[in-house]
Design a protein around this ligand. Sequence first.
Ligand SMILES: Cc1cc2nc3c(=O)[nH]c(=O)nc-3n(C[C@H](O)[C@H](O)[C@H](O)COP(=O)(O)O)c2cc1C
Length: 181
Amino acid sequence: MNNFLDLANARRSTRVFDGRGIKREDLELCAEAARLAPSACNSQPWKFIIIDDPHAKEAVIKDTLSGIYKMNSFSKDAGAFIAIISEKMKFPAWMGGKVRNTDFRRIDIGIACAHLVLQARELNIKTCILGWFNEGRLKKILSIPFWKKIELVIAMGYNDSEECPERRLKDKSEVVGFNKY
Ligand SMILES: Cc1cc2nc3c(=O)[nH]c(=O)nc-3n(C[C@H](O)[C@H](O)[C@H](O)COP(=O)(O)O)c2cc1C
């Protein structure tokens, strides 16, 4: 991959993993890319919990991706997961969000998540962002206090196949404008 667009284009949600584990140093690189993300008032309102222990992974799959969350049970062969937890924002970011009626913390987390999955792809690690999982059970597995929010879980793993469903993107003219809505 020679440039950023190639990398962005190569990142697709992968829902079949081959069961291979992921090296700690590669997982750390992905977390480092997320840590470098910008955030409102530099709040860095995040924590990344890497789940690579086989027992913990099994618990995640069995307890948090089953029942009504079963649609994400394809992650059973993931090499690792990373849970992204939102943390406290700096006051100006919180206040600014109130005034603007927006949630800068979630925007920050989204950007960090994008850094993470793109870094993963550069390392040939495929990912799927999961927003649908049993959050209460995951908090128990990871010893996360009940008042915290797990925003997303990233399933990560290998799949050497280049096959991907065709991209269904909105037309450029629908999403990009110059100088007027
Ligand atoms: C916030 C968020 C939550 C998502 N949650 C899920 C999920 O729970 N399960 C799933 O299979 N894909 C999930 N996805 C992946 C999207 O379905 C996927 O990104 C989208 O269809 C575009 O496909 P692509 O990632 O291959 O470009 C999620 C993506 C985002 C950004």
